[in-house]
Design a protein around this ligand. Structure first.
Ligand SMILES: NC(=O)CC[C@H](N)C(=O)O
Length: 191
């Protein structure tokens, strides 16, 4: 499976490493034309406002929306989750509007800006090591969205068909099982 990582800003090399550990081929995606060559796309963590601006500038908005509507898999991590959301709290302009969820940015506040924890995730047999960095939270989801994990009663991993989202950074540890799950999602389209 060729898995692209949107390479406009953020944690690109780390995702490529995790994709390769999970048995996929990682590709840095810098132009919208490259979407034709990949089976799944990861939108990395970083700064969502910046990623959104660059996506508009380099014509990625409609291109990624079409890619997802064809049934190809898309995975947003941290800032990437914010970019996937249909709605953002605080009246901020959403970006791709693909996943039926309302997201709060920087939802952990200053005291707990960054931390690591072990998370139960549906579909993964033992807890996943997760790194949260100024992480967003999913405040509300539509009926097509399946909640895959919660942390302190808040939703931090979710799936809607071919779309996957995590509040945390799964690429900053050696635990690449969420990348394995995503590669399986990308394979489902190929059948
Ligand atoms: N680690 C991250 O991706 C942080 C996301 C950042 N807080 C944002 O709003 O874009």
């Amino acid at each position: 499976m060729n898995i692209g990582v949107l390479a406009l800003q953020g944690a690109v090399a780390e995702h490529i490493r995790s994709i390769e550990l999970a048995g996929g081929r990682g590709v840095a995606v810098k132009r919208a034309g490259q979407l034709a060559e990949i089976d799944g796309l990861i939108i990395p963590g970083g700064e969502s406002t910046t990623i959104g601006k660059l996506m508009r500038k380099y014509d990625f908005i409609d291109a990624i929306r079409d890619f997802a509507k064809e049934g190809k898999a898309v995975f947003g991590t941290c800032a990437g989750l914010i970019v996937l959301a249909e709605r953002l709290e605080g009246g901020e302009e959403p970006h791709l509007r693909l996943m039926d969820m309302t997201v709060a940015r920087n939802a952990f506040g200053r005291q707990r800006e960054s931390f690591e924890t072990d998370l139960e995730v549906k579909g993964i047999d033992t807890p996943l090591r997760a790194v949260f960095i100024r992480a967003p939270l999913i405040k509300e989801v539509g009926e097509k969205v399946e909640v895959l994990s919660v942390y302190n009663d808040e939703i931090v991993t979710a799936r809607q068909g071919n779309l996957l989202a995590s509040s945390y950074h799964p690429e900053l540890t050696d635990d690449y099982r969420l990348h394995e799950l995503f590669i399986r999602m990308a394979q489902e389209r190929g059948r």
